[in-house]
Design a protein around this ligand. Structure first.
Ligand SMILES: O=c1ccn([C@@H]2O[C@H](COP(=O)(O)OP(=O)(O)O)[C@@H](O)[C@H]2O)c(=O)[nH]1
Ligand SMILES: O=C(O)[C@@H](COP(=O)(O)O)O[C@H]1O[C@H](CO)[C@@H](O)[C@H](O)[C@H]1O
Length: 206
């Protein structure tokens, strides 16, 4: 059984684009959207689709949102996707989940390629930060500090994978991109949000 978990904070403009694609994929058993205390209409937009909604009353960060989504899911394979993807197709989804379904990997990490130069570049230099992942549920238990990690959650996952010797496979996601922070929030607030994200990542790393 495959569960998709999507953490979402103020994604009213983006989440419908992702859910309209996911809703048509037969391989998926359930889609769980975690509304992470959004102050916009993310929740209302998500409820237009066939999803289970986990509604966090206040913003708690990506790590906690993912954890809440996983706790409310049933699948033995969990696929984590960001709510602001651009260009997601069924083929991307199948490519991301297949190595885990075929038991060739315990976790996959999807890497943008051939999409937009800026987002391709970010993932080229730091592919291990990507939020697009499929992972066996059994390996998602007891991940240290996941709930307080905020944007450090990918580092916490990678560390857990290394410690437990998981088989990790990187999967290219051709022509996919996402909406960058500066595009969502404007240059100044976007850049500030980026600095805060790097701080979350560094805190988890050291
Ligand atoms: O406090 C937060 C911050 C982000 N997100 C979600 O986590 C994913 C990745 O966040 P974002 O797109 O801001 O990060 P970027 O990819 O730009 O670094 C998106 O689905 C966000 O809506 C969340 O649930 N809670
Ligand atoms: O790729 C990256 O460097 C960052 C920032 O992306 P943008 O600069 O907003 O395109 O985004 C990723 O990193 C976050 C922290 O690990 C993840 O939570 C996001 O899912 C991922 O897109």
């Amino acid at each position: 059984m495959i569960s998709v978990v999507i953490p979402a904070f103020n994604e009213e403009k983006n989440i419908g684009r992702v859910l309209s694609v996911l809703e048509t994929i037969d391989l998926i058993d359930e889609i769980i959207v975690v509304n992470d205390g959004s102050t916009d209409d993310t929740k209302e937009q998500a409820l237009k689709y066939n999803v289970k909604l986990v509604d966090l009353p206040k913003n708690q960060g990506k790590g906690k949102a993912l954890k809440a989504g996983i706790e409310n899911s049933k699948g033995d394979i969990i696929v984590m996707l960001d709510a602001d993807l651009i260009g997601l197709t069924e083929k991307h989804f199948v490519n991301l989940v297949s190595p885990v379904l075929k038991n060739e990997a315990d976790m996959t990490i999807g890497i943008f390629s051939g999409g937009r130069k800026s987002t391709d570049f970010a993932q080229k230099i730091a592919p291990f930060l990507s939020g697009q992942r499929a992972i066996k549920r059994q390996f998602l238990e007891n991940i240290e500090e996941m709930e307080i990690s905020r944007f450090g959650v990918e580092i916490a996952l990678n560390r857990h994978a290394e410690k437990n010797k998981l088989r990790v496979v990187n999967v290219p996601l051709e022509n996919m991109s996402h909406v960058m922070k500066e595009e969502k929030l404007g240059l100044i607030r976007g850049f500030y949000a980026r600095l805060k994200m790097y701080f979350d990542i560094l805190k988890m790393w050291i």
